[in-house]
Design a protein around this ligand. Structure first.
Ligand code: AMP
Length: 238
């Protein structure tokens, strides 16, 4: 993605909140962390936070491990409490990118009042759309650095250091929930909850971007979408 630079961005002075929606494997994490660097705003991944919490040897950690292992969604109250506490603590006054939140209408309602509370603007919603075959292909090839969490893909984004992270040399491993059975359940969960969520945001600043493409092509569309005025819908470019 080196060819796109911060020069492409406009209106950087205003706080912005970007929500990355999309099925597991649609590239939310990759695009979110790239956008985070481009816009200079933090990125919060609820999946990452929950995976960290799940490693704790507490009753909540144990319960989370069980839920994540099946690919089911974690209950709304718990996820909202985690996101609420984090944003109230960090008060991201220049805005932020949320990767994987909200995933239900209840979470979206919670987020609306949280953003208002923090004096942040209504979000720009990016919906990464991808075919089922594309998702399975991507998830099977996804690898993550065991140390810093950077995401690679054996096919679309291999590490220049082979099975080691380019940043810190950490081992690249497959996520526990990237096995086929769990992937299928995660997709079912996504399909069950995504339609009402998209309906909720359709009248807002909502952009659907086709994600079955090269990461640079997707990134280019994201920048266009994010520089455009509210209520503009980006048409799929594939
Ligand atoms: P992700 O890394 O975004 O694919 O999320 C991994 C897993 O974390 C999901 O399969 C869910 O079990 C859980 N998770 C992440 N974000 C949420 C959310 N907003 N609501 C409920 N569960 C979530």
């Amino acid at each position: 993605m080196a060819m796109l630079t911060a020069n492409h961005l406009s209106d950087q002075s205003r706080a912005r909140v970007i929500l990355m929606l999309g099925a597991p494997g649609s590239g939310k994490g990759t695009q979110s962390s790239w956008l985070s660097k481009q816009f200079g705003i933090p990125c919060l991944s609820t999946g990452e936070i929950l995976r960290t919490e799940a490693k704790r040897n507490t009753p909540a950690g144990f319960r989370l491990r069980q839920i994540l292992a099946t690919g089911a969604l974690v209950d709304d109250d718990m996820v909202c409490a985690v996101v609420g506490a984090r944003l109230q603590r960090e008060k991201p006054e220049n805005g932020l990118i949320l990767d994987g939140f909200p995933r239900t209408v209840q979470q979206a309602c919670f987020l609306d009042s949280l953003l208002a509370d923090l004096g942040l603007p209504r979000p720009t919603v990016i919906d990464l759309e991808i075919s089922k075959e594309g998702l399975l292909r991507r998830l099977a090839g996804r690898r993550q650095c065991a140390v810093c969490g950077s995401v690679y893909n054996l096919i679309s984004r291999p590490s220049r250091r082979g099975s080691r992270c380019e940043t810190d040399g950490g081992a690249l491993v497959q996520r526990d929930d990237d096995t086929e059975g769990v992937i299928l359940h995660r997709m079912e969960e996504y399909e069950a909850f995504s339609a009402p969520l998209i309906d909720y945001y359709k009248t807002a600043n909502y952009h659907r971007v086709t994600a079955d493409r090269d990461v640079n092509a997707i990134a280019k569309d994201l920048l266009s979408a994010l520089s455009m005025p509210a209520r503009f819908t980006l048409s799929s470019a594939a």
